[in-house]
Design a protein around this ligand. Sequence first.
Ligand code: BDP
Length: 580
Amino acid sequence: MLYPRINRFRQVIELSGFWDFRPDPRNEGETGNWGRGFEGGEPMAVPASWNDQVTDLRDFLGPAWYATSFELPEAWEQGRLLLRFDSVNYLASVWLNGTRLGDHEGGHLPFSFDVTRAVAPGGNRLVVRVDGQLAPDRVPPGNVPADPMDGFFNNPQHPAASFDFFPFCGIHRPVRLCRVPSQSIESVEVETALEKPGGVVRVRVRCGIAPSTQVRVRLEGHGESLATDADISEGRASVSLSMARPALWSCQSPNLYRLEVQLVRGKDAFDSYTLSAGIRSIQVQGDRLLLNGEPVLLKGFGRHEDFPVTGRGLVPAVVVRDFDLMKWTGANSFRTTHYPYSEEMMDLADRLGYLVIDEIPAVGLFFSEGGLERRKALCAACLRDLVARDRNHPSVIAWSVANEPHSRRSAAAPFLQDLVALARSLDPTRLVTMVSHVGLEEEAFSSCDVACLNRYYGWYSEGGRIEEGCARLAAELDALHEKFAKPIILSEFGADTVSGWHSEPPEMFSEEYQARFLERCIQVASSRPWVVGQHVWNLCDFKTGQSIQRVGAMNLKGVFTRDRRPKMAAHLLRRLWGGR
Ligand code: BDP
């Protein structure tokens, strides 16, 4: 689904602002026809989570109703109108002027409705029902029965998520009304490759079939200007553009070209879509990870879309701030733990030269109960939508199909292997991985390009004994490398740390302990050339549910606080990673 753009042929109205909001704890709204409109709404900001805007709603996960109204500009009565939601967590049902447009399941990916006929020339009333409750048959799941084979999440937390972040709910990213030509470009897929004698950019376009139309593709930048036309057959066209000496995209030089796709009839264009294209290659060769044929080490973080008051809502300034903090530490990479991030963040990753492991919301997956097929179908749908959304980003180097699935059950390996195979079939140009906490027992590692391992020796075990923890980490990394013979990313390691708490010698929860812990883990990783990535958990402190594991309902493993102030460890990383 194309990200909305404004140009001669395409217009966008953003519907962000204060919407009317009404919780529906007794689930009366559907039978009471609130889709047609409802009384008694209170103001609620969109985009943002509702939980931290209003005191009484902190632990309320829905259902709840949002409503707003808008008038259509006169000029918009021609053309096709799409209503696009960038992210609503978790289940969204949408009505326009009393007509139910449809539903969408899954919290972090965009969906849209064609509202050309539903929209009225005068006033319009848009109503959205959002249900963010936790249930075993959702992805990610919640309210999962305890399983003796699993460790951590048998510690009950409130709300009962089976993942370690607060289950924020609401309309989390912008809602936009988009006007496109009645026959328009529907999708653009860009693939780049380094092939002798230079670089190739392949572009596939899907469009509404318009008679005697051609697709024109223009690639500009870095002293090049290439253009080519292609015929459309059954709504599809593809072109290849080659360059002898392309300006490659890399972390140090994130060179981007401007790629414009037009639909042309005769001499006249009637639709246009522009995006940035970066030419680069990513591959695994033996033990090494190669970007443009050169070994690369991923230095960076797991992160969360999380900020005071706005919860999981998109705050563009926080996106800029987080890139600034990462740059300051010298990081060149992150994983979208544990769900797809905003499209705005992915755009900045392209511009700023970050290498991204792009993850579906398959966190806390369990395999002991019924409902496996449904969970798998939801994961597969997320993967399809994520690849469709993010495949044009040069920053994305790998798809991650799960984080810490409860893989000790026999149903896990085939489930995960099928997802890995699906990712590969959707996009053969990138790496595929999954993130494990069972290590040597993770059978699905054998089908991945890179093995991602989360490890907290010296924290959840070997507490207070960093050296013992690191010895165990070193031994396990060696064994894992021996068993799977592929590069490994240490995809999480970290220690909860109360900002301002000090102790020497270092004790758990002190800034000194976190700094020493991270330094020693990084030494263990760096002394093994096949450990091709070190992602610290976490960039910033973030909100979780309540449990005895989480002081003040916070995961405090950030090297920055939730309001983005550095702890000692941030300064340490900056020194180790050569930050600015
Ligand atoms: C890992 C999870 C991550 C948690 C982290 C932790 O992947 O979501 O927040 O551990 O315990 O198990 O801090």
